[in-house]
Design a protein around this ligand. Structure first.
Ligand code: C2E
Ligand code: MG
Ligand code: MG
Length: 593
């Protein structure tokens, strides 16, 4: 690759002429030259002899991917490419990764940022280049310079050969796709030297396992395996013959086991884990690209299920992935298209036998997908960052509504709103909340924010301070879904809280399961000693209500009272309220204790 930065040439495939010009200008700013990618790849490459390419896949991903494939093919995978993706387009991301693209940026990014990212990519590529002589042997041997494993081109070649042989002989082959968990964090925190040691360590583990596999299974069930590093922290193990898919699972299990030993890298002791996805030829695919994509999807599933594990590819992973993308795509813009609404579920104060508060719950009716449940779209909104604007909108809409209700005579009604951890992480919550309260003329003490234990567990100083500040202005804080596995007593005492909301899974079991009953009674005791209120949520049967009241829960929320209602129906419900006995049967109030 030509070296001098002043002459570095960058092929650009942009979504519009304007974006092309902006990028060119930004590249000039760092001493590079941008060239428009021609329709003919051959022509582009021969004339331009580029050092790399910036390809915008945010508008038409399919043609951008086709271009990447051609560019990589024509250069034997030797062209660094920065791919620009529409935010959240994980489908194109995983496809591009399977082609060999290793650097990505989200649209919209400023041209300056893109240019700098690209410069970083070129630096990284040249940094791992070996001295000229070594490089030649490395290339000749199809080896990865850092780890000595097969590199991507030789992996792809090997895979073609393995598939051809398996097809001819009529046996199965397996592809294991391994990705180190949180590798970027290690690299960023401990530096590239430590990152390199970790990569080399993983490579040795794979080599050992491959060798062991060949020895143990020389009798015929598994043979002729090979380990490769595709780039970054992605590795593959190719098992050229397996008599049962489970044998590939055995290999994966041994790799994960070997990774448990601590590693000493650059003066640090690391405990790294990895996630592995497995695809089987021929059941999951007949060509390298498909198998890689399947193994990649399975690897993502392993990560989603908690990392440090392996998963076989299942067609449902593709469908789930597809549904996720579909939901995300339609959720983008749902706010602007007025597809969201807020419904309100009342909370009953058992002592006063009154509706004391309502919880705001977002609802989404998508013209394309129909009614989508918050349990499905809220996690997607959180992952894609959309939750910040949705959450602000819910807060503002619900506060407006509360103000209206209070003017209409429901003066004592309070409001509780769910706040996601992303809202804490990405913006100034205190500012947002005070602004909204001021605009909607709602007093702070009428508002409660519901946060989850997960927020508390991952909480940093900033979150604790934000919670404290919010409480400082009079807003109360409730810990939602309490008692569901993440329970950490220290987080309850460490962070400022006012209310514990007992998760609905506990309410559901409290009638039948004595263990659930003792959990509730422990929570009530704990809450009392810390001076916190206790709300039972998800109460949907009279029997549950009786037990919860007897155990000392102060407030109750659930289908037994009513599901969430729209604003008008909620106001009517409050006016017609005749007491909890209407819901639980006549003997319930005597249970309050
Ligand atoms: P959550 O905050 O724990 O809300 C309570 C959920 O339990 C609501 O589901 C409610 O409809 C449901 N529920 C209430 N009573 C019963 C019952 O008796 N039986 C059963 N089976 N379920 C009951 P929903 O509305 O589907 O919301 C699910 C979750 O989505 C919420 O759980 C919350 O974590 C999240 N969510 C909803 N709206 C928002 C929002 O505006 N912002 C954020 N960040 N999260 C939200
Ligand atoms: Mg809640
Ligand atoms: Mg809850």
């Amino acid at each position: 690759m030509p070296a001098s930065a002043h002459h570095q040439r960058v092929l650009i495939y942009a979504a519009s002429g304007a974006r092309l010009e902006a990028l060119k200008e930004a590249l000039v700013g760092i001493g590079m030259r941008g060239l428009r990618a021609e329709a003919s790849i051959e022509g582009s490459l021969q004339e331009a002899r580029p050092d790399g390419a910036i390809v915008d896949a945010s508008v038409s991903p399919a043609s951008a991917l086709a271009l990447c494939r051609e560019l990589l093919k024509a250069t034997s995978n030797d062209l660094p490419i920065l791919l620009i993706l529409a935010a959240g387009d994980t489908c194109t991301l995983s496809h591009a990764r399977s082609l060999g693209v290793r650097e990505f940026a989200e649209h919209p990014s400023t041209p300056e940022v893109l240019a700098l990212r690209f410069q970083g990519l070129l630096r990284a590529e040249t940094a791992i280049e070996l001295p000229e002589t070594d490089r030649r042997t490395a290339d000749a041997g199809g080896r990865d310079g850092l780890t000595g494993l097969s590199n991507r081109p030789s992996f792809l070649e090997g895979m073609d050969a393995v598939i051809a042989r398996a097809r001819a002989a009529g046996h199965m082959a397996a592809l294991l796709y391994l990705d180190i968990d949180r590798f970027k964090a290690v690299n960023d925190a401990l530096g590239h030297a430590a990152g390199d040691v970790l990569l080399q360590h993983v490579a040795r583990i794979l080599e050992d396992q491959v060798r062991a596999t060949d020895l143990v299974h020389a009798g015929g069930s598994v043979m002729l395996s090979d380990a490769s590093r595709l780039g970054g922290d992605e590795f593959t193990v190719l098992l050229s013959k397996v008599s049962q898919p489970e044998h590939a699972g055995d290999v994966a299990r041994r790799i994960l086991l070997a990774m448990r030993d601590p590693i000493f890298a650059d003066g640090y002791q690391l405990a790294a884990t990895a996630s592995i996805g497995i695809a089987i030829f021929p059941q999951d695919g007949h060509d390298p690209e498909t198998l890689l994509r399947c193994a990649d999807l399975a690897m993502y599933a392993a990560k989603a299920e908690g990392r440090g594990r392996y998963r076989f590819y299942r067609p449902s992973m593709g469908a789930l992935h597809h549904r996720r993308l579909e939901v995300e795509q339609h959720l983008r813009g749902a706010l602007e298209r007025n597809e969201l609404a807020v419904h309100y579920q009342p909370r009953v104060d058992l002592g006063a036998d009154e509706i004391c508060a309502v919880e705001a719950l977002v609802r989404w009716h998508s013209p394309a997908l129909g009614e989508v449940q918050p349990r499905e779209f809220i996690p997607i909104a959180e992952e894609s960052g959309l939750i910040v604007s949705i959450g602000d909108w819910v807060l503002e809409t619900a506060c407006h509504q509360l103000h209206r209700w209070r003017e209409e005579g429901l003066e004592a009604l309070r409001l509780s709103v769910n706040i996601s951890s992303r809202q804490f992480a990405s913006c100034d919550v205190l500012r947002t909340v005070t602004d909204i309260l001021r605009r909607t003329r709602v007093e702070p003490h009428a508002l409660e924010l519901e946060v989850t234990e997960r927020l508390m567990l991952g909480a940093d100083e900033g979150t604790a301070l934000a919670l404290r500040d919010l409480r400082g202005i009079g807003v109360t804080i409730a810990l939602d879904d309490f008692g569901t596995g993440y329970s950490s007593l220290s987080s309850i005492t460490r962070y400022p809280l006012d209310v514990l909301k007992i998760d609905r899974s506990i309410a559901a079991e409290v009638e039948a399961d004595p263990a659930a009953e003792s959990i509730v009674s422990a929570i009530v005791t704990l809450a009392r000693s810390l001076g916190l209120g206790v709300v039972a949520e998800g109460v949907d049967a009279p029997g549950q209500a009786h037990v919860l009241m007897r155990l000392g829960c102060e407030e109750l929320q659930g289908f037994l009272v009513t599901p969430a209602l729209d604003a008008d129906a909620l106001a009517a419900f409050c006016r017609d309220w005749r007491g909890i006995a209407e819901c639980t049967g006549p003997d319930a109030t005597s249970d309050i204790g």
